[in-house]
Write a protein that binds this ligand. Structure first.
Ligand code: DX5
Ligand code: ZN
Length: 220
């Protein structure tokens, strides 16, 4: 049975009611918390940093999946481990030595993820795929929530799935950006294991029911 994981992106939460929104996700069928860290250099936006993650970690009762949209992420790997990250994802485009970065993330006790911008081909990961716990395929250009899903993503998911199978890797495939109930099932069918959803969950009239719906349509 396919059990796709749902990871609400806290970027779309109400920051003035953060504890309430974290507890709402705790009470939902969501599997992970997705935490977007942006530095205003790698992406044209600044989200939030360590003190906010520390506050989230105190209340979050599910896996904490941190997506670093920052240059030179190696500087902060142990810091994010100390702040409670369980999965730490860096951008392929922000790393000069991806293999070394992956080893450092694992040595700090976390699962190691690599995110790919929409223009970055999945074939570039061929030589490191067996070292990667999770590949995050960006289905929007990183930097902002609420953007439209890029349709070419389905093809990338299929290419990545084929690469993982060919190499006998155990890598999970995550999709991030513009995920809704319109594309979730097709993404899961193409091979996605984790779906990040920000606006679609937090801006919904009933976020808990929205998570349950995403879970239902991607379980088959
Ligand atoms: C975009 C972030 C996403 C974002 C997704 O740079 O990495 O995680 O929060 O938000 P939605 O689901 O609204 O596209
Ligand atoms: Zn993200």
């Amino acid at each position: 049975m396919k059990n796709t994981l749902i990871a609400p992106s806290v970027l779309a939460a109400d920051f003035a009611n953060l504890q309430r929104d974290i507890e709402m996700i705790n009470a939902s069928e969501a599997d992970w918390f997705h935490i977007d860290i942006m530095d205003g250099v790698f992406v044209p936006n600044i989200s939030f940093g360590m003190p906010v993650l520390e506050a989230i970690s105190k209340h979050a009762k599910k896996t904490i999946d941190v997506h670093l949209m920052i240059v030179d992420p190696d500087r902060y790997i142990t810091t994010f481990a100390d702040l409670g990250a369980n999965v730490l994802t860096v951008h392929y485009e922000a790393c000069t030595h991806v293999h070394r970065t992956l080893q450092a993330i694992k040595a700090a006790g976390m699962k190691a993820g690599v995110a790919l911008n929409p223009h970055t081909n999945v074939a570039l990961l061929e030589d490191v795929i067996n070292d990667i716990d999770l590949v995050c395929i960006m289905s929007v250009n990183p930097g902002f929530g609420g953007q439209s899903f890029i349709e070419n993503t389905y093809e990338k998911v299929r290419q990545l799935k084929a690469l993982i199978t060919k190499k006998g890797a155990a890598t999970q495939i995550e999709i991030d950006g513009g995920v809704t109930n319109k594309n979730a099932k097709q993404l899961a069918e193409a091979g996605a294991d984790v779906l990040v959803a920000g606006s679609f969950v937090f801006k919904a009239a009933d976020p808990i029911a929205t998570v349950a719906d995403l879970k239902k349509i991607t379980t088959f």
